[in-house]
Design a protein around this ligand. Sequence first.
Ligand code: FCB
Length: 453
Amino acid sequence: MRATYSFPPGFRWGTATASHQVEGGNTNNDWWAWEQQPSRIALGQSSGLACDWWGGRWKEDFDRAASGAQNAHRLSLEWSRIEPTPATWDESALGFYRELLRGARERGLVPMVTLNHFTLPIWLAERGGWTNEAIVGHFERFVRKAVAGLQDLVDTWVTINEPNLVAFLAHLTGVFPPGQHSLTATFNAIRNIVLAHAAAYHAIHEIQPQAQVGLAHHYRGLRPANPRSPLDRWIAHFREQIFNDAVAIAAHVGSLRLPGATQRVPKAARTQDFIGLNYYSTEQFGFNLLHPARALAVGTYPPGSDLSPSGFIANVPEGFWHALRWANGFGIPIIVTENGIEDADDSIRPRYLATHIRVLWRAVNFNWPVLGYYHWSLVDNFEWERGWTQRFGLWELDAVTQERRERPSARFYAEICRANGLSSDMVGHYAPEVLDDLFPPAGEAELTRLVKR
Ligand code: FCB
């Protein structure tokens, strides 16, 4: 069967990146300090030069994105560069971002800018980071400076990337700085992130009334390990509420529901002009009597899952459907701000891409207001505590020589962007193993029946 799943005109096709992961030489933030400590990062690696965007290689990478028919790009600002010490501004850093954003626009890539993607200036981390409510005012001050300086080049802003993940990983599982293991600190961080987002939302609209502002939510598909076990069902549901729902609902209705307390955060009500959705995978949760706390933090993939090389991500496109349905529940536009898989050999990425784009098409054709899709990521970059051991790029990077090499998925994604759709020819070429699933052949019996009629 030959067919095409077409998207509406004007659909945004892009890739997403984050400052610390691509710029290199970000020595003034909490992550750089963390990377210098033994055993924090896989194989003792560090961000180093990263993709050398600070050195100017963003130009060649934007050329790649543009020649791959992308029309949008999501990137983030490095707070520690713009405000290296409290309330002192480095205008040359802002100048760098102006150049970067102009460069994106000149290449036909409409920019979307994240104001905080995981990293904090050292001076702020030293004062407790997200666990100290003082961060709310600091963030607002930074946002005002950045938005005032860049508003002529940007109209879509993500205030904070993945509030749930940053709170959990930094303060509960401890794999992000500052490496805490405290539920109280985790919930404090979530609350302060919601307040900081709300303050930023109002500040941005004051400066730039027509701006579109949202959060990038990490939506994790969550299932009970044993659907017949009430404990497993309870833990999956509980986790769903605090991990997937709490922040998004708080930014919708102005009330933050965390275990033990519902707090009113009235300024956060209706502070999303769109839902930014980061979806990667779906995992299962089971209750373990020996380690009850683990049930909150550690999920697993069922045996037989279609796994990425390090087992970090399972290819579960139905979970993307659930994520989009969840996002649609908020009744505002949806932007898929991240989706992708680590795969150095590009052996699973083409089918991951094909099956997820097909789900995206279905959502669009249910008239859910999905405006765009940003694949994570354009080029391999520094993957936080997993260092360089995981490769999410459409383009491969040799971080030592800084050479880039195109993966087949880069060509596949370029064909999708150029056609504004996903065709059976593309899938037959790049991911033939899922062709029959995505484009079911007409059954012979069916054909005979039709012909006989
Ligand atoms: C997301 C992060 C992004 C990247 C991808 C793989 O959780 O937002 O920076 O690390 O995972």
